[in-house]
Design a protein around this ligand. Structure first.
Ligand code: GLP
Length: 245
């Protein structure tokens, strides 16, 4: 784990790692495949990447993105959707090609969800797999929406959200009763296949789960622990998130 004095320092570091990889692959004429998270945690990283694009010409025209998850049911146009969040927070401010950005679909009927999940996995595979997966961590220990009980080899699938996750999301939905009960998420198995994984955790409210993620033996009760042992996994922490280590 890397410890930073402030959240801003952790954000800059994450952005520099992403930018370094994109530049290296751009100069070799190769595409970069990024796995991207939502939530409040990565907002500073996206802001920094936008700055690098605008001020230093960081070029996203050869970058392909796959987001971890989306609520279900959730129309892409809904302002609570992760589709909307990604456009507002990142996609609309850099030169990513719209056809190169992907999120799980929240608007397919339930009977078509399993096929849509398989299709999402196929698209990731066809893109050559994820080069760098950026992750946040939920207070339940979830990565993406892989809640406690998720299988270590899980793939993109339909899931039910943990009550704590829904409570944490409530302020953005005018109350918990409006937070969707379900989501579509990449699985722990999907995430584990990323060549490089960065987990960003910021703030004291993440200290207990960060301690557990880093110090507990792998257990599906804390899904982030299922990533431990990945050959290129780094936690980026601010002082608050590292307070219980
Ligand atoms: C959300 C997302 C996760 C995210 C987590 C933490 O529900 N599905 O991918 O990492 O919860 O959110 P935050 O960064 O706002 O603490």
């Amino acid at each position: 784990a890397l410890l930073f004095d402030s959240a801003a320092d952790a954000d800059s570091h994450a952005a520099l790692v992403v930018a370094g990889l994109v530049r290296e692959r751009n100069s070799g004429g190769q595409r970069t495949v990024l796995g991207l998270p939502t939530g409040s945690t990565p907002i500073g990283v996206y802001r920094e990447l936008i700055r690098l694009h605008k001020e230093e010409g960081l070029d996203f025209s050869n970058v392909v993105t796959f987001n971890l998850d989306e609520y279900w049911p959730m129309p892409a146009e809904d302002r609570h959707s992760y589709h909307h969040f990604m456009r507002e927070t990142f996609f609309d401010h850099v030169n990513l090609k719209p056809e190169n950005t992907h999120l799980p679909p929240g608007d397919v009927p339930r009977r078509d969800v399993d096929a849509a999940c398989a299709e999402y996995e196929a698209k990731i595979r066809k893109a050559g797999g994820i080069d760098l997966q950026l992750l946040g961590i939920g207070r339940t220990g979830h990565v993406g929406f892989n809640e406690p009980g998720s299988p270590p080899d899980g793939r993109t699938r339909f899931v039910t959200l943990d009550p704590l996750t829904r409570a944490d999301a409530a302020p953005g939905f005018f109350g918990e009763e409006n937070v969707p009960l379900h989501a579509i998420t990449m699985g722990v198995g999907t995430i584990r296949e990323a060549k490089k994984v960065l987990i960003l955790a910021l703030g004291e409210h993440k200290a207990p789960v960060v301690r557990s993620a880093l110090e507990d033996a792998p257990t599906d009760r804390v899904p982030a622990t299922l990533l431990n042992g990945h050959p290129d996994l780094t936690y980026l922490l601010d002082r608050g998130a590292a307070a219980e280590l």
